[in-house]
Design a protein around this ligand. Structure first.
Ligand SMILES: [Zn+2]
Length: 444
């Protein structure tokens, strides 16, 4: 049961419906900006204008302003400088001493790939057949619009939250989140909040846990020789094969031995090891003198990144053990790029049960708590701000693929859900001067 009274509920419902065209137009504007990594400034200026318009106290934060961020264990240099790539943060003070809440959403998108394969322009932001179409509609410019319009609808409905609300529009989630959410968490002026909700496309379920992710590279040295004198060389591909097989076996072994129910209710296994690229040799008639394998391994919430790195390095070492050439030329294991931590909050956390109560009471929906098999920005709040964070938002419609879209009804439901959630979490009071808003209810 929620504490939201009918009058307030109906006012908010009516306000969201009345704002739907505006919310869709705003989300559409965001989609028209091709905000791939490095090009987030124009879309962020639209968000900043909107947050100012609804009366939030707005500031911006660029990652290079956060002292020491490059020394953080999750930081990794993406090669893209942080000038003119702001995160936008808006705050509204509560009118009482209710719990505080932070909405966080990313405005960066993954590239559209081959635009010829889309059946529409990925950046038109058009609305067709009740769907907002384009890259980022679902992941997650729709979610960003929903969190902003939830606050506007509360205003319009004369609902004042008792606790503080913060809205963060961040960059770089798709590339790991270092310059985005990590920067906002490490910032000296970061708000100390009681819970975080990220409206990623979760189909109204919740991601309350995630796997950590690491990339690694194994380099095996060989010795070049002419193809006619093969035995004078050492074939790096042949030397890599046992290592490749051992890593395959590690994947199989971990699938069987590493379990977390939050993941396995929805995915076949909790963790995985993907052997992603293999480069070796230069020419068919030369013995290859180097073979390089790149891979992605994930680790469960109960494991640490250090543990998983040890497991991989030991697996490679053992596979090479006993080979005289490899004894003298040990394979190198390097960790590069992404190094995301795993995270998990309890399904009993109040923010989780509050989302579930709101969804059951207002939408007659069951919102399941799940684990996500990759990196999500909620981990930064959980691991480095000691704050419970969940991803909770609309449906997932072709995200990262072609023909991404978001049904307008998903945007509306997300907006209402976030507004009700804020009321339930922060507490609220009704501005009686806005009681004329109840007329439509009386007329029903
Ligand atoms: Zn996303």
């Amino acid at each position: 049961m929620t504490e939201i009274d009918r009058t307030a509920r109906n006012r908010v419902d009516t306000a969201v419906e009345a704002l739907t065209d505006d919310a869709v137009a705003f989300a559409s504007d965001l989609v028209t900006e091709r905000s791939v990594q490095g090009d987030e400034a124009p879309v962020q200026s639209r968000v900043r204008d909107k947050l100012n318009e609804i009366g939030l106290d707005v500031r911006t934060l660029e990652a290079h302003e956060v002292a020491g961020i490059e020394d953080h264990p999750e930081y990794s240099d993406t090669g893209e400088p942080y000038d003119d790539r702001p995160n936008v943060i808006g705050t509204r003070e509560g009118s009482g001493d209710g719990r505080s809440l932070l909405f966080n959403g990313h405005v960066d998108v993954v590239p559209e790939g081959d635009a010829e394969q889309w059946s529409f322009d990925p950046f038109s932001g058009d609305v067709e057949d009740g769907k907002l179409i384009g890259r980022g509609a679902s992941d997650m410019k729709g979610g960003v619009a929903a969190m902003v319009y939830a606050l506007e609808a509360l205003d319009r409905a004369g609902v004042e939250l008792l606790g503080d609300v913060t809205v963060e529009s961040v960059i770089e989630e798709e590339a790991g989140g270092y310059g985005g959410t990590l920067a906002t968490v490490l910032d000296d002026d970061a708000a100390d909040v009681d819970a975080v909700v990220i409206p990623e496309p979760t189909d109204f379920d919740m991601w309350i846990a995630n796997d950590g992710v690491s990339y690694f590279r194994v380099t095996v040295e060989g010795k070049s020789a002419h193809a006619a004198e093969t035995d004078n060389g050492v074939n790096a591909i042949s030397k890599l094969v046992p290592i490749y097989r051992a890593l395959e076996a590690l994947h199989d072994e971990r699938k069987e031995s590493v379990h977390d129910d939050l993941f396995e209710q929805w995915h076949e296994h909790t963790v995985s090891l993907n052997l992603g690229t293999l480069h070796a040799g230069e020419w068919a008639s030369s013995v290859p003198d180097e073979a390089v394998l790149e891979a992605r391994i994930s680790h469960a919430p109960d494991e640490t990144r250090e543990e998983i790195h040890d497991v991989v390095e030991e697996t490679v070492r053992r596979a090479a053990d006993g080979d005289p050439w490899l004894d003298d030329h040990p394979p190198a294991v390097e960790w590069f790029g992404w190094r995301g931590s795993s995270a998990k909050i309890s399904p009993d956390e109040e923010i989780v049960t509050t989302v579930q109560d709101v969804m059951a009471a207002e939408f007659d929906r069951e919102s399941h708590a799940k684990g996500f098999p990759g990196g999500i920005d909620s981990r930064f709040f959980v691991n480095y701000a000691d704050t419970p964070a969940v991803c909770f938002g609309p449906g997932d419609y072709n995200i990262h693929g072609t023909d991404e879209y978001l049904p307008v009804e998903d945007l509306v439901e997300t907006t209402k859900a976030l507004a009700f959630l804020a009321m339930e979490w922060c507490g609220y009071e009704l501005d009686e001067r806005a009681s004329d808003l109840d007329a439509s209810e009386a007329a029903e």
